[in-house]
Write a protein that binds this ligand. Structure first.
Ligand SMILES: CC(C)(COP(=O)(O)OP(=O)(O)OC[C@H]1O[C@@H](n2cnc3c(N)ncnc32)[C@H](O)[C@@H]1OP(=O)(O)O)[C@@H](O)C(=O)NCCC(=O)NCCS
Length: 191
């Protein structure tokens, strides 16, 4: 399944080269700080990668049924990251959207926001969900702005699992939400 925008394409078919990208990305520190600010960074060896980590990326069956992941390409070909939905609650018709672009040089070009919007649109229009959330921590200004630009509003602020980040910043979890009605009204206004 492909979700196509003006800047990025989300695909759920995997390519051999994706694994090499992932290995390189897992050895970059900065994005992992923003993603998991309470986890100390450590390099991943080729052996660890081959034995453990590729499993959950290579085999869709290894992903929980409440989640789905897409790889993100920009300009039709360069692989720049991944996006997903997770914690899908079919009864409540809710899910969370996540996004990650590991290479700093692709940040702040609008790719993240477009990718989030494509997943959210899919969740509301194709999966008929009622509410979509996204979560980050208050030090992740890019992700907060990305959520805001996509039409999300702050739904909750709560303590993070750890008090301080590994770099000493205070941690607070922040969740954003958008309803199906809000999304469709917003998208109607754009057309
Ligand atoms: C978070 C992430 C997905 C956002 O994607 P992106 O392509 O960089 O985001 P966009 O370019 O669409 O938007 C970023 C916005 O943040 C703004 N921004 C950047 N630094 C900022 C700061 N310090 N304060 C406020 N806004 C800031 C940018 O100006 C831009 O807003 P604008 O278009 O109004 O100018 C991406 O940067 C990323 O993957 N980062 C590393 C991993 C991560 O944080 N993942 C999310 C974990 S919850």
């Amino acid at each position: 399944m492909r979700l196509s925008g003006k800047l990025v394409v989300l695909r759920d078919d995997r390519r051999d080269a994706d694994d090499e990208d992932l290995f390189r990305w897992l050895n970059l520190e900065e994005w992992q700080y923003y993603d998991e600010p309470d986890q100390p960074f450590r390099l991943v060896t080729r052996e660890e990668f081959e034995h453990d980590l590729t499993e959950r990326w290579r085999h869709p069956a290894a992903q929980p049924p409440t989640s789905h992941q897409w790889q993100i390409d920009c300009h039709g070909s360069r692989h720049i990251g991944w996006g997903n939905y997770y914690h899908l609650d079919e009864q409540a018709q809710k899910a969370y959207v996540g996004i990650c672009l590991p290479e700093e040089e692709v940040w702040e070009h609008g790719y993240g926001t477009e990718a989030v919007r494509l997943v959210v649109d899919y969740l509301f229009r194709k999966m008929n969900l009622k509410e979509v959330r996204t979560a980050t921590w208050t030090g992740n200004k890019r992700m907060m702005r990305c959520a805001e630009k996509s039409g999300f509003q702050v739904a909750a602020r709560m303590p993070h699992s750890a008090k301080c980040s590994v770099r000493g910043a205070l941690l607070e979890r922040i969740e954003f939400s958008i309803s199906r009605e809000e999304w469709l009204a917003q998208e109607g206004g754009r057309r």
